[in-house]
Design a protein around this ligand. Structure first.
Ligand code: HEC
Length: 398
């Protein structure tokens, strides 16, 4: 795809995806909060009308009074607001963005030959296949384990472990994280499309036909909404993870992803208990400890003392590596992209010097750059950059 067109598509799709995602997750947070905060209605006529809970709030210059019916009100209200386009738009824009960024540039972003040299077509097929598999496995688990929420939670967690491990064996680290996020996001959108909205349609249809609605589909839909709520923080982390090579560039990146996702779901649990009036600080404390442990474990070894006996690296050699492996993109006049990514250029010694830490993060401590190793950077070259940085990153010619 033309790089300039691809840049514009990326801007528009990412913007749409983030806005739709905010609307969807915002609605999820709000309705879970509302549901968990419902109190038995004070007025007898509300109870007699089938109201099971009510909620008062003050916001936007006024008081709001929400009521939830045990099943449905006596007559179908009009207009009735649905919440579905947030979810569909998020999934569709996210999938389109995935196509533009990862499928259209599969050799640069989806495939990393050092991980698995499977070729573009096979990688794209595997990615799409895994998205579909995620929905099918999750949906079957929900049906088979209906009503046994703890067992179901464990089964979904196990499946996520398998998905993360498989993705990390198939795709570049960066793509693997997005792939797992997209698989969980597909479960969430599938819940809305195949389960929650049909259940709501059935409620409305029953009212229209004058039948008493069967509460079961609504109860199942509610369970799926709760699953979606627990998946929000894990998925959001996966979707912003391309900024963190320290996580996706790690040798056991799938474990790093799983730990961070688990922490996200655990923190969500804190809020869901708190909304019910049960504040468990121990949850936040254990999440914090887990984060600190992870940070300590992931700390790159800077090996400062190990270089006493290695040859001093000449800056000219460093420049040669950067020119061969980076300048195709990181230059004021790049050949592979329409403009230097992140505005980062390495055309002059000063620019290289200004980005030494970033170079170490992206190309020495991790293999995040070059993306998918498109320019064929060797391990010796990474080691050369690392040794030069440890020796003080001197940019004067020698
Ligand atoms: C094929 C094009 C390409 C090549 C070659 C390439 N990069 Fe990048 N680089 C990118 C893209 C695209 C991004 C933006 C990644 C993102 O969206 O997070 C990026 C981002 C970066 C960043 C982070 C910029 C920021 O926004 O913080 C650094 C640092 C970097 N690259 C260093 C390097 C180094 C060092 C090399 C050579 C060893 C290299 N890159 C080779 C495409 C490339």
């Amino acid at each position: 795809m033309d790089p300039y067109l691809s840049d514009w598509l990326t801007i528009l799709l990412r913007w749409l995806h983030v806005v739709a995602g905010i609307a969807w997750i915002g609605a999820s947070f709000y309705f879970i909060y509302l549901d968990l905060s419902l109190r038995p209605p004070k007025r007898r006529e509300d109870r007699q009308a089938g109201v099971s809970g009510e909620f008062w709030a003050v916001h936007g210059g006024g008081f709001y009074h929400s009521q939830k019916y045990r099943v449905a009100p006596a007559t179908l209200p009009y207009p009735l607001h649905w919440f579905k386009w947030e979810a569909y738009t998020t999934w569709l824009s996210g999938f389109a963005l995935f196509v533009v960024l990862y499928y259209a540039n599969a050799d640069g972003f989806l495939v990393d030959p050092a991980v698995a040299d499977i070729g573009e077509a096979a990688a794209i097929a595997a990615s799409i296949g895994l998205l579909a598999l995620a929905w099918v496995v999750y949906d079957v688990l929900c049906r088979v384990l209906a009503g046994r929420e703890v067992l179901l939670g464990l089964a979904v967690a196990l499946f996520t472990v398998a998905a993360a491990y498989a993705s990390a064996q198939l795709f570049s680290g960066r793509a693997a994280f997005i792939q797992v996020g997209a698989m969980l996001g597909t479960m969430m959108a599938g819940n809305v499309f195949f389960n929650i909205i049909p259940a709501h349609r059935e409620l409305v249809r029953a009212k229209e036909e004058g039948r008493e609605p069967d509460p079961t589909p609504g109860i199942r839909a509610k369970e799926r909404s709760v699953h979606n709520n627990y998946l929000t923080l894990p998925v959001v982390f996966a979707m912003i993870s391309n900024h963190f090579p320290l996580a996706y560039g790690h040798a056991r990146n799938w474990l790093v992803l799983l730990v961070l996702m688990a922490i996200g779901a655990w923190v969500r649990h804190f809020f869901n208990l708190r909304h019910q009036g049960k504040t468990r600080w121990s949850i936040l404390a254990t999440a914090g400890i887990a984060l600190v442990v992870l940070a300590v474990v992931l700390r790159p070894d800077d090996g400062a003392s190990a270089d006493g006996d290695t040859e001093p690296v000449a800056f000219a050699d460093v420049e040669r590596v950067i020119e061969a492996r980076c300048l195709a993109c990181h230059s004021v006049d790049p050949t592979d992209v329409s403009s230097a990514p992140g505005g980062v250029t390495f055309d002059t010694p000063e620019e290289i010097e200004a980005h030494v830490d970033a170079i170490r993060r992206q190309a020495v401590d991790s293999r995040a750059m070059p993306p998918g190793n498109v320019t064929g950077m060797t391990d010796e070259e990474r080691e050369l950059l690392g040794a030069w940085i440890r020796q003080g990153a001197d940019v004067s010619p020698r």
